[in-house]
Write a protein that binds this ligand. Structure first.
Ligand code: SF4
Ligand code: SF4
Length: 167
């Protein structure tokens, strides 16, 4: 069993193929402009975190890479007290489109207890994950769709939102 499965917050959070299709179809309706308020989104997100604990999971840090902006690189290099060029050499690689991403997956900054060793200065991309807000739903539904297979919180968030809109 891969390590990340052993730390999943719930053994049974993964969806059946039918449940994935139902949530994907709901997500499509959301991104196509179904009527929804910021308050409903915020409530669904708030309810999500009542029983989902990232420190028992860390699947995002174990399976995805953040994209590092220039500001991220400067901030993290300063925090680590190393030159930006040394930071890039030690931890990052650059895609042909110019984006900087993690050299290693799981992320080199993920500690054994699932904490982030650079939490206070982590990439903006990490700070925004898992994108439970109205703008993200409408502008980048693909990110939440991808999370359905990886992030228990996003699964719970979309289930909460679906339930609240169907009431
Ligand atoms: S954001 Fe999602 S995938 Fe990442 S640690 Fe939290 S529950 Fe797990
Ligand atoms: S920088 Fe921190 S929050 Fe971001 S992927 Fe790495 S360990 Fe996770």
């Amino acid at each position: 069993m891969p390590e990340f499965m052993a730390h999943a917050p719930e053994a049974n959070w993964r969806l059946s193929p039918d449940e994935v299709v139902a949530l994907q179809s709901f997500l499509e309706k959301l991104s196509n402009g179904i009527e929804i308020t910021q308050e409903q989104v915020a409530q669904a997100d708030q309810d999500t975190w009542k029983d989902i604990h990232c420190l028992e999971c860390a699947q995002c840090c174990k399976t995805f890479t953040p994209r590092y902006t220039d500001e991220d690189i400067t901030r993290i290099s300063n925090f680590l007290k190393i030159e930006e060029s040394d930071f890039k050499k030690a931890y990052l690689l650059q895609y042909t489109n110019g984006e900087w991403v993690n050299l290693a997956v799981p992320c080199s900054f993920l500690e054994k207890d699932n904490r982030c060793s650079i939490y206070a200065v982590r990439p903006t991309c990490c700070a925004g994950f898992p994108y439970h807000n109205l703008a993200a739903i409408q502008e980048r539904p693909d990110r939440l769709q991808r999370n359905l297979k990886t992030c228990p919180a996003s699964v719970r968030f979309l289930q909460n939102l679906k339930n609240s809109l169907e009431q």
